[in-house]
Design a binder for this molecule. Structure first.
Ligand SMILES: NC(=O)c1ccc[n+]([C@@H]2O[C@H](COP(=O)([O-])OP(=O)(O)OC[C@H]3O[C@@H](n4cnc5c(N)ncnc54)[C@H](OP(=O)(O)O)[C@@H]3O)[C@@H](O)[C@H]2O)c1
Length: 304
Protein backbone atom coordinates (compact mmCIF):
# COMPACT_ATOMS: atom_id res chain seq x y z
CA UNK A 1 0.00 0.00 0.00
CA UNK A 2 1.50 3.37 -0.93
CA UNK A 3 1.31 6.52 1.22
CA UNK A 4 -1.81 7.90 -0.45
CA UNK A 5 -3.63 4.59 -0.17
CA UNK A 6 -2.62 4.24 3.50
CA UNK A 7 -3.94 7.68 4.33
CA UNK A 8 -7.09 7.35 2.22
CA UNK A 9 -8.05 3.96 3.59
CA UNK A 10 -7.31 4.75 7.23
CA UNK A 11 -9.10 8.12 7.02
CA UNK A 12 -12.04 6.81 5.01
CA UNK A 13 -12.64 3.75 7.15
CA UNK A 14 -12.27 5.74 10.38
CA UNK A 15 -14.82 8.30 9.28
CA UNK A 16 -17.09 5.57 7.85
CA UNK A 17 -17.05 3.94 11.25
CA UNK A 18 -17.86 7.29 12.84
CA UNK A 19 -14.51 7.67 14.59
CA UNK A 20 -13.05 11.11 15.24
CA UNK A 21 -9.48 12.01 14.33
CA UNK A 22 -8.41 11.17 17.88
CA UNK A 23 -9.38 7.52 17.66
CA UNK A 24 -8.33 7.20 14.07
CA UNK A 25 -4.78 8.31 14.72
CA UNK A 26 -4.47 6.52 18.02
CA UNK A 27 -5.29 3.39 16.10
CA UNK A 28 -2.74 3.98 13.35
CA UNK A 29 0.26 5.13 15.42
CA UNK A 30 3.20 2.77 14.94
CA UNK A 31 6.22 2.28 17.18
CA UNK A 32 9.07 1.97 14.72
CA UNK A 33 10.93 -1.31 15.09
CA UNK A 34 14.49 -0.91 16.33
CA UNK A 35 13.79 2.63 17.47
CA UNK A 36 15.20 3.08 20.96
CA UNK A 37 13.50 6.44 21.51
CA UNK A 38 10.47 6.18 23.82
CA UNK A 39 7.24 7.72 22.57
CA UNK A 40 4.77 9.82 24.54
CA UNK A 41 1.00 9.76 24.06
CA UNK A 42 -0.37 13.26 23.44
CA UNK A 43 -3.69 14.53 24.78
CA UNK A 44 -5.47 13.41 21.59
CA UNK A 45 -4.13 9.86 21.68
CA UNK A 46 -1.44 10.42 19.04
CA UNK A 47 2.02 9.07 19.89
CA UNK A 48 5.09 11.27 19.48
CA UNK A 49 8.79 10.32 19.82
CA UNK A 50 10.39 12.00 22.81
CA UNK A 51 13.53 12.94 20.90
CA UNK A 52 13.96 14.09 17.32
CA UNK A 53 16.13 16.10 14.96
CA UNK A 54 15.85 19.90 14.77
CA UNK A 55 16.60 21.17 11.29
CA UNK A 56 16.81 24.96 11.47
CA UNK A 57 19.71 26.06 9.19
CA UNK A 58 20.05 22.54 7.70
CA UNK A 59 19.23 23.40 4.09
CA UNK A 60 19.93 21.94 0.66
CA UNK A 61 22.14 18.85 0.47
CA UNK A 62 23.19 19.27 4.10
CA UNK A 63 19.54 19.03 5.18
CA UNK A 64 18.96 15.96 3.03
CA UNK A 65 22.02 14.22 4.46
CA UNK A 66 21.32 15.07 8.11
CA UNK A 67 17.71 13.88 7.90
CA UNK A 68 18.69 10.66 6.11
CA UNK A 69 21.52 10.08 8.64
CA UNK A 70 19.22 10.68 11.60
CA UNK A 71 16.58 8.31 10.31
CA UNK A 72 19.18 5.65 9.58
CA UNK A 73 20.36 5.95 13.20
CA UNK A 74 16.86 5.48 14.60
CA UNK A 75 15.39 8.98 14.84
CA UNK A 76 11.73 9.11 13.85
CA UNK A 77 10.79 12.71 14.71
CA UNK A 78 11.90 15.50 12.38
CA UNK A 79 11.16 19.16 13.16
CA UNK A 80 11.01 21.62 10.28
CA UNK A 81 9.19 24.87 9.51
CA UNK A 82 8.21 26.89 6.49
CA UNK A 83 10.59 29.67 7.53
CA UNK A 84 13.59 27.28 7.68
CA UNK A 85 13.38 27.05 3.89
CA UNK A 86 14.27 23.35 4.03
CA UNK A 87 11.00 21.43 3.79
CA UNK A 88 11.95 20.10 0.35
CA UNK A 89 15.31 18.90 1.71
CA UNK A 90 13.66 17.28 4.73
CA UNK A 91 11.22 15.49 2.40
CA UNK A 92 14.08 14.30 0.20
CA UNK A 93 16.01 13.03 3.26
CA UNK A 94 12.92 11.12 4.37
CA UNK A 95 12.58 9.47 0.95
CA UNK A 96 16.28 8.62 0.76
CA UNK A 97 16.09 6.99 4.20
CA UNK A 98 13.55 4.44 2.99
CA UNK A 99 11.73 4.61 6.34
CA UNK A 100 7.99 4.21 5.87
CA UNK A 101 5.96 7.38 6.26
CA UNK A 102 3.69 5.87 8.91
CA UNK A 103 6.73 5.19 11.14
CA UNK A 104 7.68 8.85 11.11
CA UNK A 105 6.57 11.89 13.02
CA UNK A 106 6.99 15.04 10.93
CA UNK A 107 6.40 18.49 12.41
CA UNK A 108 6.17 21.72 10.46
CA UNK A 109 5.12 25.22 11.43
CA UNK A 110 2.98 28.01 10.08
CA UNK A 111 4.92 31.26 9.77
CA UNK A 112 3.72 34.74 10.81
CA UNK A 113 3.22 35.88 7.21
CA UNK A 114 0.64 33.10 6.75
CA UNK A 115 -1.59 34.07 9.68
CA UNK A 116 -5.38 33.91 9.22
CA UNK A 117 -7.84 31.23 8.10
CA UNK A 118 -7.27 31.25 4.32
CA UNK A 119 -3.53 31.88 4.56
CA UNK A 120 -3.11 29.04 7.04
CA UNK A 121 -4.82 26.59 4.68
CA UNK A 122 -2.53 27.75 1.90
CA UNK A 123 0.54 27.67 4.14
CA UNK A 124 -0.20 24.12 5.20
CA UNK A 125 -0.66 23.01 1.59
CA UNK A 126 2.62 24.65 0.56
CA UNK A 127 4.45 22.86 3.38
CA UNK A 128 3.13 19.40 2.55
CA UNK A 129 3.72 19.99 -1.16
CA UNK A 130 7.37 20.86 -0.45
CA UNK A 131 7.77 17.89 1.87
CA UNK A 132 5.90 15.70 -0.65
CA UNK A 133 3.82 14.11 2.08
CA UNK A 134 0.05 13.68 2.36
CA UNK A 135 -0.28 14.71 5.99
CA UNK A 136 1.67 16.18 8.91
CA UNK A 137 1.94 14.56 12.31
CA UNK A 138 2.17 17.92 14.06
CA UNK A 139 1.56 21.43 12.78
CA UNK A 140 2.38 24.40 15.01
CA UNK A 141 1.68 28.11 14.86
CA UNK A 142 5.29 29.24 14.87
CA UNK A 143 5.02 32.73 16.41
CA UNK A 144 1.54 33.98 17.25
CA UNK A 145 2.67 37.54 17.93
CA UNK A 146 0.45 39.56 15.66
CA UNK A 147 -2.00 38.67 12.93
CA UNK A 148 -5.13 36.56 13.03
CA UNK A 149 -3.69 33.55 14.83
CA UNK A 150 -7.18 32.48 15.94
CA UNK A 151 -8.24 32.25 12.28
CA UNK A 152 -5.14 30.10 11.69
CA UNK A 153 -6.15 27.87 14.57
CA UNK A 154 -9.66 27.38 13.12
CA UNK A 155 -8.12 26.36 9.80
CA UNK A 156 -5.81 23.94 11.60
CA UNK A 157 -8.75 22.47 13.53
CA UNK A 158 -10.50 21.78 10.22
CA UNK A 159 -7.40 20.22 8.69
CA UNK A 160 -7.08 18.08 11.81
CA UNK A 161 -10.70 16.89 11.50
CA UNK A 162 -10.12 16.13 7.81
CA UNK A 163 -7.25 13.84 8.80
CA UNK A 164 -4.54 16.00 7.22
CA UNK A 165 -2.82 16.93 10.51
CA UNK A 166 -2.68 14.39 13.30
CA UNK A 167 -2.02 16.91 16.09
CA UNK A 168 -2.00 20.71 16.26
CA UNK A 169 -0.13 22.94 18.65
CA UNK A 170 1.56 26.22 19.41
CA UNK A 171 5.05 27.57 19.59
CA UNK A 172 6.10 30.68 21.51
CA UNK A 173 2.58 31.43 22.74
CA UNK A 174 2.00 33.36 25.97
CA UNK A 175 -0.18 32.19 28.85
CA UNK A 176 -3.18 34.30 27.75
CA UNK A 177 -3.11 32.74 24.28
CA UNK A 178 -2.84 29.25 25.71
CA UNK A 179 -5.73 29.96 28.11
CA UNK A 180 -7.82 31.23 25.20
CA UNK A 181 -7.17 28.14 23.10
CA UNK A 182 -7.75 25.74 25.96
CA UNK A 183 -10.98 27.42 27.10
CA UNK A 184 -12.62 28.63 23.91
CA UNK A 185 -11.67 26.34 21.03
CA UNK A 186 -12.82 22.91 20.11
CA UNK A 187 -9.37 21.37 19.71
CA UNK A 188 -6.93 22.12 22.48
CA UNK A 189 -3.21 22.30 21.69
CA UNK A 190 -1.48 18.94 21.92
CA UNK A 191 2.03 20.44 22.10
CA UNK A 192 3.65 23.74 23.01
CA UNK A 193 7.16 24.18 21.60
CA UNK A 194 9.14 26.80 23.50
CA UNK A 195 12.71 27.80 24.24
CA UNK A 196 13.97 25.88 27.21
CA UNK A 197 17.38 24.67 28.32
CA UNK A 198 19.55 24.66 31.44
CA UNK A 199 19.84 28.49 31.36
CA UNK A 200 16.09 29.05 30.84
CA UNK A 201 14.25 26.33 32.68
CA UNK A 202 10.77 27.83 32.26
CA UNK A 203 9.35 26.48 35.53
CA UNK A 204 6.03 28.34 35.24
CA UNK A 205 5.37 27.17 31.70
CA UNK A 206 6.40 23.67 32.73
CA UNK A 207 3.85 23.61 35.58
CA UNK A 208 1.14 25.20 33.44
CA UNK A 209 1.51 22.77 30.54
CA UNK A 210 1.62 19.80 32.86
CA UNK A 211 -1.53 21.00 34.60
CA UNK A 212 -3.36 21.39 31.27
CA UNK A 213 -2.14 18.18 29.67
CA UNK A 214 -0.21 19.92 26.90
CA UNK A 215 3.10 18.30 25.93
CA UNK A 216 6.06 20.66 26.37
CA UNK A 217 8.69 20.51 23.64
CA UNK A 218 12.06 22.24 23.93
CA UNK A 219 13.47 24.29 21.13
CA UNK A 220 17.19 25.03 21.35
CA UNK A 221 17.71 22.36 24.03
CA UNK A 222 21.41 23.35 24.02
CA UNK A 223 20.64 27.08 23.87
CA UNK A 224 22.43 26.71 20.54
CA UNK A 225 25.63 26.58 22.61
CA UNK A 226 25.14 30.18 23.81
CA UNK A 227 26.32 31.42 27.20
CA UNK A 228 29.10 28.79 27.07
CA UNK A 229 26.71 25.89 27.57
CA UNK A 230 29.06 23.23 26.18
CA UNK A 231 31.89 24.57 28.41
CA UNK A 232 29.85 24.76 31.61
CA UNK A 233 31.85 23.40 34.57
CA UNK A 234 28.72 22.13 36.33
CA UNK A 235 27.48 20.25 33.28
CA UNK A 236 30.98 18.94 32.49
CA UNK A 237 31.30 17.54 36.03
CA UNK A 238 28.02 15.66 35.69
CA UNK A 239 29.06 14.41 32.26
CA UNK A 240 32.37 13.08 33.63
CA UNK A 241 30.60 11.33 36.47
CA UNK A 242 28.37 9.39 34.05
CA UNK A 243 30.94 8.90 31.28
CA UNK A 244 28.74 11.02 29.00
CA UNK A 245 29.06 14.34 27.18
CA UNK A 246 27.61 17.71 28.15
CA UNK A 247 25.19 17.42 25.23
CA UNK A 248 23.96 14.06 26.50
CA UNK A 249 23.54 15.40 30.05
CA UNK A 250 21.44 18.29 28.71
CA UNK A 251 19.21 16.01 26.67
CA UNK A 252 18.84 13.52 29.52
CA UNK A 253 17.82 16.40 31.81
CA UNK A 254 15.03 17.39 29.39
CA UNK A 255 14.01 13.76 28.98
CA UNK A 256 13.73 13.24 32.75
CA UNK A 257 11.55 16.37 32.98
CA UNK A 258 9.20 14.77 30.43
CA UNK A 259 10.02 17.33 27.74
CA UNK A 260 10.28 16.34 24.07
CA UNK A 261 13.63 17.49 22.62
CA UNK A 262 14.71 18.27 19.07
CA UNK A 263 18.49 18.91 19.13
CA UNK A 264 19.95 20.06 15.85
CA UNK A 265 23.27 18.88 14.53
CA UNK A 266 24.97 18.99 11.15
CA UNK A 267 27.39 16.21 12.10
CA UNK A 268 26.54 12.54 11.99
CA UNK A 269 28.69 11.82 15.06
CA UNK A 270 26.74 14.41 17.08
CA UNK A 271 23.41 13.18 15.72
CA UNK A 272 24.36 9.69 16.96
CA UNK A 273 25.67 11.01 20.28
CA UNK A 274 22.44 12.90 20.92
CA UNK A 275 20.42 9.73 20.55
CA UNK A 276 22.51 7.87 23.08
CA UNK A 277 20.87 9.11 26.28
CA UNK A 278 18.66 6.22 27.29
CA UNK A 279 21.22 4.16 29.24
CA UNK A 280 21.89 6.43 32.21
CA UNK A 281 19.99 8.56 34.71
CA UNK A 282 20.68 11.86 36.39
CA UNK A 283 20.33 11.56 40.14
CA UNK A 284 19.04 14.11 42.64
CA UNK A 285 22.55 15.56 43.15
CA UNK A 286 22.94 16.11 39.40
CA UNK A 287 19.51 17.72 39.14
CA UNK A 288 20.31 19.93 42.13
CA UNK A 289 23.45 21.25 40.42
CA UNK A 290 21.58 22.00 37.16
CA UNK A 291 18.77 23.92 38.92
CA UNK A 292 20.92 27.01 39.83
CA UNK A 293 22.11 27.36 36.21
CA UNK A 294 18.70 28.86 35.45
CA UNK A 295 19.11 32.52 34.44
CA UNK A 296 15.35 32.72 34.00
CA UNK A 297 15.67 34.64 30.78
CA UNK A 298 15.79 33.93 27.07
CA UNK A 299 19.15 33.43 25.39
CA UNK A 300 17.57 34.66 22.13
CA UNK A 301 16.54 38.27 22.87
CA UNK A 302 16.67 39.03 19.16
CA UNK A 303 13.55 36.90 18.66
CA UNK A 304 11.46 38.42 21.46
N1 LIG B 1 9.75 27.11 17.45
C1 LIG B 1 10.74 27.96 17.41
O1 LIG B 1 10.56 29.19 17.46
C2 LIG B 1 12.14 27.43 17.29
C3 LIG B 1 13.23 28.28 17.51
C4 LIG B 1 14.51 27.75 17.44
C5 LIG B 1 14.69 26.42 17.16
N2 LIG B 1 13.61 25.59 16.91
C6 LIG B 1 13.78 24.16 16.62
O2 LIG B 1 14.61 23.59 17.63
C7 LIG B 1 15.73 22.96 17.01
C8 LIG B 1 16.94 22.96 17.92
O3 LIG B 1 17.33 24.27 18.29
P1 LIG B 1 18.56 25.05 17.63
O4 LIG B 1 18.77 24.53 16.27
O5 LIG B 1 18.33 26.51 17.81
O6 LIG B 1 19.79 24.75 18.56
P2 LIG B 1 20.31 23.57 19.54
O7 LIG B 1 19.78 22.25 19.12
O8 LIG B 1 20.10 24.05 20.93
O9 LIG B 1 21.88 23.64 19.25
C9 LIG B 1 22.43 23.39 18.00
C10 LIG B 1 23.94 23.56 18.11
O10 LIG B 1 24.44 22.54 18.99
C11 LIG B 1 25.54 21.88 18.37
N3 LIG B 1 25.50 20.46 18.77
C12 LIG B 1 24.53 19.57 18.52
N4 LIG B 1 24.83 18.38 19.06
C13 LIG B 1 26.03 18.52 19.69
C14 LIG B 1 26.85 17.65 20.40
N5 LIG B 1 26.50 16.39 20.65
N6 LIG B 1 28.03 18.14 20.89
C15 LIG B 1 28.41 19.43 20.66
N7 LIG B 1 27.65 20.31 19.96
C16 LIG B 1 26.47 19.86 19.48
C17 LIG B 1 25.31 22.04 16.89
O11 LIG B 1 26.56 22.02 16.22
P3 LIG B 1 26.94 20.86 15.16
O12 LIG B 1 26.05 21.10 13.98
O13 LIG B 1 28.37 21.12 14.90
O14 LIG B 1 26.69 19.54 15.82
C18 LIG B 1 24.65 23.41 16.80
O15 LIG B 1 25.64 24.42 16.74
C19 LIG B 1 15.89 23.78 15.73
O16 LIG B 1 16.79 23.20 14.80
C20 LIG B 1 14.48 23.90 15.28
O17 LIG B 1 14.04 22.69 14.68
C21 LIG B 1 12.34 26.10 17.00
Amino acid sequence: MNRREFLRTSAASAFFLGLGARKMFAATAVDAPGNSVPWVTLNNGVKMPRLGLGTMTLRGDLGVRCVADALSLGYRLIDTAMIYDNEASVGEGVRQSGVRREELFITSKLWKADMGYENAKRGFQTSIDKLKVDYLDLYLIHRPNGGDWKGSWRAMEELHHEGRIRAIGMSNADFAQMDDLISNFEVKPAVHQIETHAFFQEGSAYDYLKQHGVQMEAWSPFAEGRHGLFASDSLAAIARKHGKTVAQVCLRWHFQRGIVVIPRSSQKAHIAENLNIFDFSLDETDLASIRPLDLNTTQFPEWS
